[in-house]
Design a protein around this ligand. Structure first.
Ligand code: MSP
Length: 523
């Protein structure tokens, strides 16, 4: 991958009607992993997330809580920001749809659509699910109820403005089919294509007369904008767009828009149609991940079976939580989660895996120093091809390049769990290497090859730490520091240069520390 590209990644903006849960945490974490990776390879990166704060649903929740919608969402937004902070999320922007700048820019964009004739006066009659903030057709329902919320949609009939969605059907179908506008995984692309072919795009109501908690249409203040229409615009207003289609921020288009399958259909129709109408380029790629199920059931704020990310952090720590969530499912497929599975994985992969590898490697290096067998005594740094050759088969650099290549490709293709697997396989490999060579015996025997073996282990551990950085930033920092290196210096180096084998100085001084992941007592 060439460096110095731009990388703009976004999450959906989450409804500010309840605390963040594992679902929104999963998407946000995935975006963070990608953003950290792209910053690490030197790309100009912007990571945007935020909150969706208008509409009937939020107004109803606020009323139930006895608060004004603004007061209500202010409190929730503070919670979102706190949770993201506690998970070491490095978003560059946080957009709220109640931000004045978002409101102004959205009004300008909607006015533009109206002036160009893409929005027209009409009447809408249909079934509406407040939980989804979407109109439903009979086909969408199961036993007359919304399958996502288990509630019967309301019959609605009102004067409204309509958006000419149908006008974009053919063009969008072509762009999706030809991958000019990529939807991944491919199964999701096919789903969208069959939706286009079987249902087609009909014009949609894009204003509400009865909903006061929303953005007023500038040409008819009796109406507020349909919440999805203005919410989509966040992806542009969140990077400073003021609503002028001719002046699009340089970070646009989004390189990756992440979301779960629940909101793919609206994202694959209304949003790109709005962009086409505004003559603004489409996002490059959507990546759609699956759902976390608990007891086989969808987790949702509206259903109420929500797991708080804070509970996970309390039990597994920040990096433990990040690891467990990112490895819980193939990215793009559904995953079934449970506390039991998390506990087992924590002990197997983190306490016995990474944690143990770091502890035994650093302790051994320290023992060597105490035994007077410090690395420089035994080892000449294998930092040139010539020296590598001289060291012959004893140097363990062979798979490193391939591992980095696989890791980078997986990250580029948003196979996040696969990239993590490369790191975990490396950890297993190193553990096996240590067991095979038994350096503690070599130290006792004063074996002259001890230095080479230990150098291999420590240098490869440096590579593991770099690969772990997007996933477990704290652990990455600890490993790098324990290898006697300056973390900030190390992480800000040009990655391509820094992933050559043999860069660890042979006089490095390992720094033993406490256990990275103390084993959980699961019984
Ligand atoms: N506000 C809209 C999105 C507007 S974007 C212009 C919305 N908000 S939401 O709060 O319901 O968030 C939906 C998103 O949260 C999903 O697409 C997904 O990213 C994440 N998840 C919510 N529940 C989830 C699971 N149970 N599992 C995985 N992700 C889920 O829709």
């Amino acid at each position: 991958m060439s460096s110095k590209n731009k990388f703009y990644v976004v999450t959906p903006i989450y409804y500010a009607n309840a605390d963040p849960h594992i679902g929104s945490t999963y998407t946000t974490l995935a975006a963070d992993v990608l953003a950290r990776f792209h910053r690490m390879v030197g790309d100009k990166t912007f990571f945007l997330t935020g909150t969706d704060e208008h509409g009937a649903k939020i107004a109803e929740y606020a009323k139930r809580a006895g608060k004004s919608p603004q007061e209500f969402t202010d409190e929730l937004v503070a919670k979102f920001e706190l949770v993201w902070d506690n998970l070491a999320i490095t978003n560059d922007g946080f957009i709220r749809t109640t931000d004045k700048r978002h409101i102004k820019a959205s009004q300008k964009a909607l006015q533009h659509l109206y002036d160009k004739g893409f929005i027209y006066k009409g009447e809408y009659k249909g079934l509406y699910c407040v939980g989804c903030e979407q109109y439903k057709t009979e086909k969408d329902l199961v036993d007359g109820k919304c399958p996502d919320h288990g509630t019967e949609p309301e019959e609605m009939k009102e004067d409204c403005y309509m958006f000419k969605l149908s006008a974009f059907q053919d063009e969008l179908l072509k762009k999706i089919e030809g991958d000019e506008f990529k939807i991944r995984p491919k199964t999701r692309k096919n789903e969208v294509l069959s939706f286009y072919k079987n249902n087609g795009l009909a014009d949609i109501a894009c204003s509400r007369k009865n909903i006061k908690w929303g953005i007023e249409l500038p040409w008819d203040r009796e109406h507020t904008a349909y919440v999805w229409m203005e919410a989509f615009l966040n992806y542009l207003t969140g990077i400073g767009w003021t609503g002028d289609p001719k002046k699009v921020p340089e970070m646009w288009p989004a390189d990756v828009q992440l979301m779960a399958k629940d909101i793919l259909r609206v994202h694959a129709s209304i949003w790109p149609a709005m962009l086409l109408a505004l003559e603004i380029p489409l996002p490059k790629k959507y990546f759609v991940h699956g759902y976390f199920l608990v007891d086989g059931q969808k987790m949702s704020k509206s259903i109420g079976n929500v797991i708080a990310p804070g509970d996970l952090v309390q039990k597994y720590g920040v990096d433990g939580t990040r690891y467990l969530l990112m490895s819980a499912a193939t990215f793009g497929r559904d995953g079934d989660i449970s506390w039991e599975k998390f506990n087992e994985k924590f002990n197997a992969d983190l306490a016995n895996g990474i944690g143990n590898l770091v502890a035994r490697s650093i302790t051994l290096a320290d023992k060597m120093r105490l035994a007077g067998l410090s690395i420089p005594v035994c080892v000449e740094r294998p930092d040139t091809e010539e020296k590598l050759k001289k060291w012959g088969g004893r140097i363990l650099n062979k798979d490193i390049n391939k591992n980095w290549k696989d890791y980078k490709n997986h990250m580029k293709n948003i196979e996040i769990d696969k990239a993590l697997e490369v790191v975990m396989n490396e950890q297993k490999y190193l553990d096996g290497y240590i067991t095979e060579h038994q350096p503690w015996v070599m130290i006792k025997e004063g074996n002259k090859d001890t230095g080479i073996i230990m150098y291999n282990i420590l240098e490869r551990l440096r590579h593991v730490a770099l690969m772990l950085f997007p996933f477990m930033p704290e652990v990455s920092e600890k490993i790098i520091t324990r290898l006697g290196l300056d973390f900030h210096e190390e992480i800000s180096k040009n990655l391509e240069d820094n992933i050559k084998f043999g860069l660890l100085k042979s006089d490095t001084k390992a720094q033993p520390g406490d256990s990275l992941f103390p084993r959980l007592d699961t019984i």
